[in-house]
Design a protein around this ligand. Structure first.
Ligand SMILES: [Zn+2]
Length: 86
């Protein structure tokens, strides 16, 4: 069992910032914990594989640098609905 599954909060697997907080815990204590990153909004469960929870094993292609987040493109806005034809 990884350290994070035992309740220790570590750096965010995706951006490695230390702005990780517990989002939810299992109704039965100690079964699972949901963590979330306040920097990149990555969210993960303690029960996921270490490739999702461990910053050193998180796939390099999906990693983000916290300093680059403001430079990322904004998702396109959804256009207004078109008027219904009579
Ligand atoms: Zn993050």
């Amino acid at each position: 069992m990884s350290a994070i599954a035992q309740g220790a909060i570590q750096a965010c697997p995706r951006c490695r910032s230390n702005t990780v907080a517990v989002r939810a815990v299992s109704p039965l204590a100690g079964v699972w914990t949901v963590y979330g990153c306040d920097t990149c909004f990555y969210t993960w469960r303690s029960t996921e594989p270490e490739t999702n929870t461990d910053p050193d094993q998180y796939p390099a292609v999906f990693r983000l640098a916290a300093a680059d987040l403001p430079k990322l493109q904004v998702a396109p806005a959804i256009p207004p609905l078109q008027a219904k034809k009579p």
